[in-house]
Structures are given as C-alpha cells and as structure tokens.
Design a protein around this ligand. Structure first.
Ligand code: SF4
Ligand code: SF4
Ligand SMILES: [Zn+2]
Length: 169
C-alpha cells in the first residue's frame, strides 16, 4: 500500500482530513472538469477554487475565510482539540452541516491521543480503496479507478449518509 509521509498541510485544524477532500484531489490531478464544477458550486473561478489543504498557501475561497483557522491562530493552538473551549458551539454546528464531517470529533480525539502523524496514517488507510489502494474522496462511494464499492473503510461505515447528500467526487 502506498502510505505516504504524514502531511501537516492536509491535516486540518478542525480535524478534517484534507487529503480526501474532493477539491484537494481535483487540484492535485488538475482535473479541469471537476475544478470547473466546484468553481460553479462555490460561485467562484477555477483559480480561486484550487486547494492544497488547510495549512497551505493555496486555499479554496471557502476555506480561506475559515473561522476555525482564524480562531485557532488567535488562541495559538494547532488543532481545535487543544483549545480550552473545545468543543465550542461553532465547531459543533460545523460538524453537523455536512456528512463527510461525521468523524470530526473522533479525529480530534485521536489527534489528542496519539498525535497528528499517527492519526494521519490511520486516516489515510480509512479513505484508501481496499482493492486498488487509490485514495478516494469522502463521497467517492464507488472507487473511480477500479469500481470497488464501497470504496474505502470510511465509505463502508457511512455510505447511507454520504449518498443522501452526494457531492461530485
Ligand atoms: S477545500 Fe477545505 S477541506 Fe478541502 S482541502 Fe482545502 S482546506 Fe481542506
Ligand atoms: S474556540 Fe472553537 S473554533 Fe476556536 S480554536 Fe477553540 S474549538 Fe476551535
Ligand atoms: Zn479502487
């Protein structure tokens, strides 16, 4: 299995795993069809939609204005789970808004328990296709490379809620 070195840039402050974000994956592949799709969805341009992860300099418009990013910087914490106010109401509401955030609090607890690098490795396995080992996006219920379904352990655990609010993968 192609498990890469843990990447802090894609380890989001809020506990999301940016390496399996649809926008991140489309950016890495320079997939113009998907970038155009997300640009239209977020009412912005393709250049403004590209993203290399939460802690990178290339951020999609939506995540550029992230409340957690600003707040964590003021509180001088690297992850929300290090904050005295964790879990704050903002984070609780944020988690409820989208199906792919279903493991947000589990992630933050795990980061606190074992550190972000170990959490990163575990998460990478959770979103990797069990058949061809491609990293799949949260909403890629069927692996786009080999057709395996459910594509990954993450998808297998949450396929019902992911299908309810299907976002292009
Ligand atoms: S768009 Fe947001 S969630 Fe997706 S990779 Fe960028 S910072 Fe992470
Ligand atoms: S107040 Fe909330 S959003 Fe801000 S760092 Fe703490 S947990 Fe994160
Ligand atoms: Zn596959």
């Amino acid at each position: 299995m192609d498990i890469k070195t843990p990447n802090f840039q894609t380890s989001a402050i809020c506990g999301l795993f940016c390496s399996s974000c649809m926008i991140y994956l489309a950016t890495q592949k320079n997939d113009m069809i998907k970038l155009q799709y997300f640009a239209e969805k977020l009412n912005t341009s393709v250049d403004q939609v590209r993203c290399n992860g939460c802690r990178s300099d290339v951020l999609t418009t939506y995540c550029k204005n992230c409340y957690m990013k600003k707040c964590s910087s003021e509180k001088k914490v690297s992850f929300c789970s290090e904050c005295d106010e964790y879990p704050c109401n903002y984070l609780i509401e944020f988690q409820k808004q989208m199906p792919h955030r279903v493991e947000l609090f589990d992630s933050l607890s795990r980061i606190k328990e074992v550190g972000w690098e170990q959490w990163f490795r575990e998460n990478e396995e959770r979103v990797t296709c069990t058949q061809c080992h491609q990293i799949c996006s949260w909403y890629e219920t069927i692996c786009s490379k080999c057709g395996n379904t459910p594509s990954s352990p993450f998808v297998a655990d949450h396929i019902d809620i992911l299908n309810i609010k299907k976002v292009r993968n």
